[in-house]
Design a protein around this ligand. Structure first.
Ligand code: DAT
Ligand code: MG
Length: 192
């Protein structure tokens, strides 16, 4: 399956940077199909399947789940929506350069990467606050620290990887949500 370039937008950035928040607003305005790799994985865990059980153990440690599993799940979700989708917004993927390369090969090049950028200190603060109500097993101090380390080590290079193709738009996510969204809108509207 290959989906045309203009139908794929990636949203990337650190844990707690505000990807999910912005994606929700993008979906409301532009009607894209939102695929959050984290949400897909958490849904698999919640289903209680054997695959879900293995995923849970990995995610609880703040580690990345196997490359093929995530890509397979994203692909399945894209196919399921292919008839009705106005385009896909893929949130929190790729998490490492190798995942990006696989994505290009199996699904195709994206049109835009929204790089949702916030300081480490801001991300930790937001995640600790989110942890009070999110019920997420990985929103605790110890796992947050690991996720941040992993983000800087594995995921930041993804941004550099896509910078070569000129599709990265850096979004200052230190601002209030609506101001962040104004920057996001500009980046998306430039595609048209
Ligand atoms: N621009 C902003 N200003 C203040 N809080 C924000 C924000 N964007 C998001 N948040 C809050 C909402 C969440 O409780 C928390 C993490 O946001 P999120 O969208 O769940 O992040 P991510 O999906 O990148 O992990 O921070
Ligand atoms: Mg999220």
């Amino acid at each position: 399956m290959r989906i045309s370039t203009e139908d794929k937008i990636l949203s990337n950035g650190g844990p707690g940077s505000g990807k999910g928040t912005q994606c929700e607003k993008i979906v409301a305005k532009y009607g894209y199909t939102h695929l959050s790799s984290g949400d897909l994985l958490r849904a698999e865990v919640a289903s209680g399947s054997e695959r879900g059980k293995q995923l849970q153990a990995t995610m609880q440690k703040g580690e990345l789940v196997p490359l093929d599993t995530v890509l397979e799940m994203i692909k399945e979700a894209m196919i399921a929506k292919a008839d009705v989708s106005k385009g896909y917004l893929i949130d929190g993927y790729p998490r490492e350069v190798k995942q990006g390369e696989e994505f290009e090969k199996k699904i195709g090049a994206p049109a835009l990467l929204l790089y949702v950028d916030a300081k480490a200190e801001t991300m930790v603060k937001r995640l600790m606050k989110r942890g009070e109500t999110s019920g997420r097993a990985d929103d605790n101090e110890e796992t947050i620290k690991k996720r941040l380390d992993l983000y800087y080590k594995a995921t930041e290079p993804v941004i550099a990887y896509y910078e070569k193709s000129g599709i990265v738009r850096k979004i200052n996510s230190e601002l209030p949500v609506d101001e962040v969204f104004a920057i996001v809108e500009k980046a998306i509207d430039e595609l048209k």
